[in-house]
Design a protein around this ligand. Structure first.
Ligand code: FES
Length: 167
């Protein structure tokens, strides 16, 4: 602390001039930091960061025949038919976009919002939903893992036959 500072803070009392100078320096600092932050934001690319549309759903043997498994994060049902083949259904209701639930005791997919119901093929069986649940392309990657691509909507005839590794 130099002599001027000591004088300014004599007996714990800050002089009016010292106080105003301090506020001025602080305000300039805030303004500079703000303009740096805004410039950085302006210069960074204005890219919409959307989650990837493709995701891995694990190995086919993780799903038993006749099972419906909801991937909550992706909002997709991994369906494995009794015959063993796979398909992926969107869990998003085609009425107003609520997330549906699997009702195992009834064997249906039901929307909690306005009562739409869908069978395991995704076809509407009740309620106001105007269309069946969307079906997404499902493939196997080079390691034999199931991969769902939510950017590719396929018809109800599209299924994935995956051979199961039995060790
Ligand atoms: S959002 Fe599903 S029935 Fe309305």
């Amino acid at each position: 602390m130099d002599n001027e500072d000591k004088e300014n803070k004599k007996d714990g009392i800050i002089s009016r001039r010292y106080f105003l100078e301090s506020i001025g320096v602080g305000a300039i600092g805030v303004a500079v930091a703000g303009s740096i932050a805004l410039t950085g934001e302006y210069l960074s690319p204005n890219v919409l960061k959307e989650p990837p549309t493709k995701f891995k759903a694990g190995l086919p043997e993780n799903y038993s025949p006749g099972s419906t498994t909801l991937n909550k994060e992706q909002k997709v049902y991994i369906m494995r038919a009794k015959e063993g083949y796979f398909y992926a259904l969107s869990a998003v209701c085609t009425h107003l976009g609520c997330i549906t639930n699997w009702k195992s005791e009834e064997g249906i997919i039901a929307c909690p919002c306005h009562g739409s119901k869908f069978n395991t093929e995704g076809k509407k069986i009740a309620g106001p939903a105007p269309r069946p649940l969307q079906r997404f392309l499902m493939t196997l990657d080079e390691h034999g893992q199931l991969v769902v691509d939510k950017s590719i909507i396929v018809g109800e005839e599209v299924i994935l036959k995956a051979s199961i590794n039995k060790g």
